[in-house]
Design a protein around this ligand. Structure first.
Ligand code: GAL
Length: 833
C-alpha cells in the first residue's frame, strides 16, 4: 500500500513536472516563434518586409571553440544571418553510424548563432559541392548496388531522404526552426542542380521535382530554396549564385523574393594555382548593385572560409586552406579593409531598410552608364537612392540638380540618404588595411625530430588483402578509408625481353610512387589533378619481378554532372613494361593484389596516444627520404594569436597536431597562373571580376603555412607528426603566430580615417602622403603632389595611441583648399603596430 501510494505520488509529480516543462517550453517556443513568409517579392519576418545580409561560415572548417568569436565578428560586421551547408560525409562516415560531436555539432553552431541574435540558413543539400571531398556525399554511397547520384534513382533518393529527414528531425528537436523560436529562417535542398541537370535528361527533371516534394514534406514551417534552379517547382524559391547578381534576373514567381545565395567574395585555393584576391571595392559594388535592383537577401560565400582539416578538401586539388579572401581570414582575424568596408556598406543599407524593403523603386539614366535608382516608402514618404556608375574606366561627376553633384569613381555605387546625401560609395574605402605577419614563436624554436620509416615490406612483397585480375578503381576499393592504395603484381621476364624497360602507367590517380623488385624507381603526379602518364626506366631481372605501385589521391572531385563517376587510381591502366624495340608487356589484366592505406595509418602512427608502435628513432634524421614519418614535440606559442606551422622544406603528405589532422601539405607544389593568364600582385577593382584575374603569389608554394587551431594544443608538450611521401626536410619547420604587424590607410578627401592596431599601440608611422600616391599598403610611393606636413600630422595624431582618427581634408594637412575639385586627393598612411 505504502509503496503503491509512493509510486502514485511520484508518478503524479513526474507527470505534473513533465506537463509543466512541456507547457513552459511550448510557451517559450510560442513566445519567441517567428513567422517567415514571402509575397510580392518581399521576405517577411513576422509580417515585416526585411532586407537581410548573410554570410557563410561552414562549421567543420573551424573549431567549436572558434565559433563564438567568428559569429560575434560577423555580427559586428553587420550580418543578420549566418548560412552553412550540412556535410553529410562527416555526419555519416559509415552507413547509419552518425557523428555530431565537436566541430560537426551543427545544432550547437546554430544555437550560438541564435545566442548572438542572428538568423540562420540551413543548406542541407545533401549534395553541397563546396570544394568539399566528393561534394559532401559519403563514399559508402558510391558502392550501393545500382545507385546513381543526383537523379531519379531509388537507392539515391532513399538515402538522401533518410539523411535529410535525420537533419530536419535533429533541428526540430532542438527547436532550431524560426516558427519554433529558433534562428533558422530558410532551408535549401540540393545545390545548383540546374547548372548540371541537362545531361541527366528527363530523369534529372523528375529528381529535381522529387527533391522539392521531399523537402516540402519535411514540414519545417519556413520557406525552402533551390539555388541556380530556374525551373524550381513551387513553393521552392529559386535563388542565384555568382560573382555578381545578374541585373535582369528575377525568381520564377513574382511572389518570391529575389535572393543571392552565393556572392563569391573571391575564390578558393588549389594546389599548383595562385591565390585569389577580390577587392573590397568590387564586392561592395556587387552588393550595392544587387540591392539597387530589388534584392532582399544576399549571402557572402564565404564570410569565413577557414580550413579543410584532415582529408576534407575536395577535388581536383583543393588546398588545405579555404581562406577564400573572406572578410574573416582563415584564422578568424579581420581581413581589412574588406571586413570594415562591407560593415560600412551594411550600415548604410540597414539605415534605409524600412524604405528598401518595400521594393518600390524607379530607375533613371543620368548619363551613359550612370543610373539613379530611387526607393520610396509610400507610407512615410521617405526616399533613399542608389547612384551607380558601371563604366569600368571613367570616373564621373553626376549632376542630380537640386539634389547635388556627386563624384562617382568608375565601377562604383553611391548610397544617398534622402536621395541628397552621400553616406557611402563602394569605391571610396576609408577602412584601414591590415598587413599581417607571422611572428616567430616565443617558446620553442629548436626541435628534436624523431622518425620512422613507413613499413613497406608487405607492399614490396606484393602482400595485399584482396586480389583481382584487373586494375581497380580507387574510391570504390578504398571507400576513402585512406588517400593511398597499393596496386601490386608480378611478372615473369625472360631473356628475350631484356633487362632494361620503361614502366608505363596510365593513371587517373593524382600521385604515383613506383617500386620494382623492392626498389623505389620514382614518383610523379598530375599537374592539375586530372590524371597523367607515369613513365620511368626500370631494370628488371630474369624470372619473377615484383611491381608495387602506390596511388595517392588528393581530394575527390566535388562538382559537375556525373562528377561522382569520374574514375580515380590506376583503374583500367594500362600498366605496361615497354622493352627493347618497343616490345610491350601489358600487365593490366594480371593478377593484382591490393592493400588499402599505409601501415602507419593502420597502426595510428599519427597519434602518439593511440599508437601501439611507440618506437621512434632519434638517430641520423633522414632527409629527402620518401615514405617517412616524422615526430617532434613543441610548446604552444604563448598568447592567444592564431598558430600556424611553416612546413617549407617538406614535400607532400599529411600533418597531425596531437593526433588531430591539420590537413594535407604540399609546399613543393608551386603556384603557376593557368595557361593563357597572368599573375599579378596588384588588383584593379574596376570591371568584372572573373575566374582568372587578381591572382597574386605566383612562383611561391601554393600553401606554406598550415593552421594549428589553439584548441588542438595544450599547455604542456604537444606533438606534431608528419607523414612525408615524396621526401622532405623537417629541420626548418617552425611555429609562428599570426598577428597584425602594420596598418595602412588609403582614404579619399572628405572621409574620416581610423587607424588602430587590434588593441596594441601604434609604435611608428612609416609613411604618409596626402596627394596622388601610387601603390598599395606595403609598397606605397609618393605621387606628383603631396602636402609636406602630412607625416608630422599623422605622427602627432597616432604615435603611441591604441587608435587615432584623422579627418581627411586639405585643412588637416595645412593646405588652404584642394586645388582640384574634380579629382579629390587621397591620404595614404602606413603605421607600425
Ligand atoms: C558554387 C557552389 C559552392 C562552391 C562555389 C565555389 O557553385 O554552390 O558550393 O563550390 O561554387 O566556391
Amino acid at each position: 500500500m505504502m509503496e503503491y501510494s509512493w509510486r502514485r505520488e511520484m508518478l503524479l509529480f513526474l507527470g505534473l513536472s513533465l506537463l509543466l516543462c512541456f507547457s513552459t517550453s511550448l510557451l517559450l517556443a510560442h513566445a519567441a516563434a517567428t513567422q517567415i513568409t514571402y509575397d510580392n517579392g518581399q521576405l517577411l519576418i513576422n509580417g515585416e518586409p526585411r532586407i537581410l545580409i548573410s554570410g557563410s561560415i561552414h562549421y567543420p572548417r573551424s573549431t567549436a571553440e572558434m565559433w563564438p568569436d567568428l559569429i560575434q565578428k560577423a555580427k559586428e560586421g553587420g550580418l543578420d544571418v549566418i548560412e552553412t551547408y550540412i556535410f553529410w560525409d562527416v555526419h555519416e562516415p559509415h552507413r547509419r553510424e552518425y557523428n555530431f560531436e565537436g566541430n560537426v555539432n551543427f545544432v550547437k553552431f546554430f544555437k550560438i548563432v541564435q545566442e548572438a541574435g542572428l538568423y540562420g540558413i540551413l543548406r542541407i543539400g545533401p549534395y553541397v559541392c563546396a570544394e568539399w571531398n566528393y561534394g559532401g556525399l559519403p563514399m559508402w554511397l558510391h558502392n550501393i548496388p545500382g545507385i546513381e547520384f543526383r537523379t531519379d534513382n531509388q537507392a539515391y533518393k532513399d538515402e538522401m531522404q533518410i539523411f535529410t529527414t535525420k537533419i530536419v528531425d535533429m533541428a526540430k528537436q532542438a527547436n532550431l526552426f524560426a516558427p519554433q523560436g529558433g534562428p533558422i529562417i530558410l532551408a535549401q535542398i540540393e545545390n545548383e542542380y540546374g547548372d548540371v541537370m541537362g545531361p541527366y535528361g528527363e530523369a534529372g527533371v523528375r529528381y529535381m521535382q522529387w527533391s522539392a516534394k521531399m523537402a516540402e514534406s519535411q514540414n519545417i514551417g519556413i520557406p525552402w530554396i533551390m539555388c541556380q534552379q530556374e525551373n524550381a517547382p513551387q513553393p521552392m524559391i529559386n535563388t542565384e549564385n555568382g560573382f555578381y547578381g545578374k541585373w535582369d534576373w528575377k525568381p520564377n514567381n513574382p511572389k518570391s523574393p529575389k535572393m543571392w545565395t552565393e556572392n563569391w567574395i573571391a575564390s578558393f585555393r588549389s594546389w599548383g594555382l595562385p591565390a585569389r584576391h577580390r577587392a573590397a571595392e568590387d564586392v561592395a559594388y556587387a552588393v550595392a548593385r544587387f540591392f539597387q535592383n530589388g534584392g532582399v537577401l544576399q549571402n557572402y560565400y564565404m564570410y569565413h572560409g577557414g580550413t579543410n582539416f584532415g582529408r576534407t578538401a575536395g577535388g581536383p586539388y583543393i588546398a588545405t586552406t579555404y581562406d577564400y579572401d573572406a572578410p574573416l581570414d582563415e584564422y578568424g582575424i579581420l581581413n581589412q579593409p574588406k571586413w570594415g568596408h562591407l560593415k560600412q556598406l551594411h550600415e548604410a543599407i540597414k539605415s534605409a531598410e524600412k524604405i528598401l524593403a518595400k521594393l518600390s523603386s524607379t530607375h533613371k539614366d543620368i548619363q551613359n552608364n550612370v543610373t539613379l535608382t530611387t526607393f520610396m516608402n509610400n507610407s512615410t514618404r521617405k526616399s533613399f537612392c542608389f547612384l551607380s556608375n558601371i563604366d569600368p574606366k571613367l570616373d564621373v561627376n553626376a549632376d542630380l540638380g537640386k539634389n547635388g553633384k556627386y563624384f562617382l569613381p568608375a565601377w562604383s555605387v553611391s548610397l544617398l540618404s534622402d536621395c541628397n546625401k552621400e553616406i557611402y560609395n563602394t569605391a571610396k574605402v576609408s577602412t584601414q588595411t591590415y598587413l599581417k605577419t607571422n611572428k616567430p614563436s616565443n617558446v620553442d624554436t629548436q626541435f628534436n625530430w624523431e622518425w620512422k620509416a613507413e613499413p613497406l615490406n608487405d607492399a614490396l612483397n606484393g602482400m595485399g588483402s584482396s586480389t583481382a585480375n584487373k586494375l581497380l578503381e580507387q574510391k570504390a576499393t578504398t571507400v576513402d578509408a585512406s588517400d593511398y592504395l597499393w596496386y601490386m603484381t608480378s611478372v615473369n621476364i625472360d631473356n628475350s625481353f631484356g633487362k632494361k624497360a620503361i614502366l608505363h602507367v596510365n593513371t587517373t590517380g593524382h600521385v604515383l610512387h613506383a617500386y620494382v623488385n623492392k626498389k623505389r624507381i620514382g614518383s610523379d603526379w598530375s599537374s592539375d589533378g586530372k590524371g597523367f602518364v607515369f613513365e620511368k626506366p626500370v631494370t628488371l631481372k630474369e624470372g619473377i619481378n615484383h611491381l608495387s605501385l602506390l596511388s595517392a589521391t588528393v581530394g575527390y572531385k566535388n562538382y559537375g554532372s556525373f562528377y561522382d563517376m569520374v574514375p580515380n587510381g590506376i583503374v583500367g591502366g594500362p600498366v605496361q613494361l615497354i622493352g627493347n624495340g618497343n616490345v610491350t608487356k601489358d600487365l593490366s589484366s594480371n593478377e593484382w593484389s591490393y592493400k588499402i592505406g599505409l601501415n602507419g595509418e593502420h597502426e595510428k602512427f599519427y597519434d602518439d596516444k593511440l599508437s601501439q608502435n611507440q618506437i621512434w628513432s632519434l638517430e641520423a634524421l633522414p632527409l629527402k627520404k620518401p615514405m617517412t614519418w616524422y615526430k617532434t614535440t613543441f610548446k604552444a606559442p604563448s598568447g592567444s594569436d592564431p598558430v600556424v606551422v611553416d612546413l617549407l622544406g617538406m614535400g607532400k603528405g599529411h600533418a597531425w597536431a596531437n593526433g588531430q589532422g591539420i590537413g594535407r601539405f604540399w609546399p613543393t607544389m608551386i603556384a603557376k597562373a593557368p595557361q593563357g593568364t597572368e599573375c599579378s600582385d596588384t588588383c584593379d577593382y574596376r570591371g568584372q571580376f572573373h575566374d582568372t584575374n587578381c591572382m597574386p603569389d605566383c612562383g611561391l608554394p601554393s600553401q606554406r603555412w598550415y593552421h594549428v587551431p589553439r584548441s588542438f594544443l595544450n599547455n604542456g608538450d604537444n606533438t606534431l607528426i608528419l607523414f612525408e611521401e615524396m621526401g622532405g626536410n623537417p629541420t626548418q619547420i617552425n611555429f609562428k603566430t599570426v598577428t597584425v604587424g602594420k596598418v595602412c590607410g588609403n582614404a579619399l578627401e572628405g572621409s574620416i580615417l581610423e587607424l588602430s592596431c587590434k588593441g596594441s599601440k601604434i609604435s611608428d608611422v612609416e609613411f604618409a602622403t596626402f596627394g596622388d600616391h601610387q601603390g598599395k599598403c606595403g609598397s606605397f610611393k609618393k605621387g606628383s603632389s603631396d602636402a609636406p606636413d602630412t607625416l608630422s600630422v599623422l605622427l602627432k595624431a597616432c604615435l603611441g595611441k591604441v587608435s587615432c582618427s584623422i579627418n581627411v581634408s586639405a585643412a588637416t594637412f595645412g593646405l588652404s583648399s584642394s586645388n582640384s575639385a574634380t579629382t579629390p586627393k587621397r591620404l595614404a598612411v602606413q603605421a607600425v603596430c
